[in-house]
Ligand binder design. Structure first.
Ligand code: SAH
Ligand code: SF4
Length: 411
């Protein structure tokens, strides 16, 4: 079994000030749209509307892209390669706003968690999602959300019990990466060579394993991750971005063709009978169809494997016979298996498997030649406090704890 990797985040970063929770009443939805997350084509249109002649637009887009995604500009005035008039015109119509950080917590192990507020349908009632940064020895992973809540009702998942659901926009998806770079001071300073060495950044990897089912917000996820992966900007290569799906089969092939990031599939069970109960979407797209879609995912090789996530539920899916059946199911698919200790939540009907059982399960998988890291829960200290992030009077506070628990894990 792969040993948990220790955090080695420098203390100075872990020690920087946290942000106390801001009162909900202070939330004001932005009056103007943000440029963050717009495609190059949309930016060219912005310049067109601002009176920039067509022949100059490409260059202007390239300049703004650099300010937004390499230098992390938070103010139009910083964009010194643009004329003063153009900066004023842009500022008149747009902002560079990221999602509002309502609170920030830093764990002793360097894990950082942000509570974010996004405009809601009702004025003064913003939505809240979380975004988590997990430092490890050889990488730093940012876990981002794709939806507020989730329409699927996986029986072990807290997010699925949340009533309110809305899709995040591409700007809100990209904005999570941008604000994390702001808070970690992870931008490229002027005249630095760091841009050429993206792996030296604090945020080297992105996983879409936060709230929501990304393949039910396909276009926004595709467009947002396109910006995150853009080599002239945020530059997190597609090989370092992983999208986790519960198994929206028709969109898996589409994700391969149109998004091209690494795929993680929440398998969790080896029979349709059990998977129907754990992941009800299985009734629509049963195991055979799901595994066929995985087999056909483009570009798979030993260096590009699918990650199968498997939550360890005591006495439910954790027998060694299950482990062997799992191996038979995924035979022939270049794969990794991620065993996730179940994170209980108030009212959940499952328990986490015993540690010895997880180890035995992992050994069967490992002996068959698969890497089978057990995800180490991270940021436990701030997790304990996460219920305090939101006020007790907010209906969703308990439910959203699940999202945090699911998020503060890495492979
Ligand atoms: N909706 C997507 C991505 C978000 S969930 C999906 O289901 O894949 C990210 C991962 O956390 C999934 O593998 C999910 O099954 C798992 N998860 C959800 N609730 C959990 C819990 N209480 N304990 C452990 N893992 C959980
Ligand atoms: Fe949604 Fe994923 Fe939770 Fe299932 S596990 S309810 S798909 S967020």
């Amino acid at each position: 079994m792969t040993a948990p990797v220790a955090a080695t985040q420098p203390n100075d970063i872990a020690a920087t000030a946290q942000i106390e929770k801001r009162p909900l009443e202070r939330y004001v939805a932005p009056a103007k749209p943000s440029l963050i997350g717009l495609s190059r084509m949309a930016l060219a249109e912005v310049f067109g509307a601002a009176g920039v002649p067509e022949r100059q637009r490409r260059m202007r887009v390239q300049q703004v892209w650099h300010w937004l995604y390499v230098r992390g500009a938070q103010d139009f005035d910083a964009m010194t390669t643009l004329s003063k008039e153009l900066r004023v015109e842009l500022a008149r119509r747009f902002t560079l706003a990221r999602p509002e950080i309502a609170a920030e917590q830093v764990s002793v192990d360097g894990t950082r968690k942000w509570l974010l507020r996004l405009p809601g349908e009702v004025a003064g009632r913003p939505h809240e999602v979380e975004c988590v940064y997990i430092p490890e020895t050889d990488r730093g992973t940012l876990c981002i959300s794709s939806q507020v809540g989730c329409t699927l009702n996986c029986s072990f998942c807290h997010t699925g019990t949340q009533r309110l659901v809305r899709n995040l926009t591409p700007g809100e998806i990209v904005g999570q990466v941008v604000l994390a770079r702001d808070r970690l001071a992870d931008w490229t300073p002027a005249h630095s060579a760091a841009a050429a060495e993206p792996e030296k950044r604090l945020i080297s990897n992105v996983v879409m394993m936060g709230m929501g089912e990304p393949l039910y917000n396909f276009e926004a996820v595709r467009d947002g991750l396109g910006v995150v992966g853009d080599g002239d900007g945020l530059s997190i290569s597609k090989r370092r971005i992983t999208l986790s799906t519960s198994g929206v089969v028709p969109n898996i092939a589409r994700a391969g063709a149109e998004i091209g990031v690494m795929l993680a599939v929440s398998l969790h069970a080896v029979t349709d009978e059990l998977r129907n109960e754990l992941v009800p979407l299985n009734r629509k797209y049963p195991l055979r169809e799901l595994l066929d879609a995985c087999r056909n995912y483009p570009g798979l090789s030993n260096a590009r494997r699918i990650t199968f996530e498997y939550v360890m539920l005591k006495g439910v899916n954790d027998s060694l016979a299950d482990a062997r059946a799992l191996l038979r199911l995924i035979k022939g698919i270049p794969a990794k298996i991620n065993l996730i200790p179940f994170n209980p939540w108030p009212g959940s009907r499952y328990e986490c498997s015993d540690w010895e059982q997880i180890e035995k399960f992992s050994e069967v998988v490992f002996n068959a030649g698969y890497a089978s890291p057990v995800r180490t829960p991270r940021g436990r200290d701030i997790l304990a406090a996460c219920g305090q992030l939101k006020s007790a009077t907010e209906k969703l506070s308990a439910r959203e704890r699940l999202a945090l628990r699911a998020m503060v894990m890495t492979d």
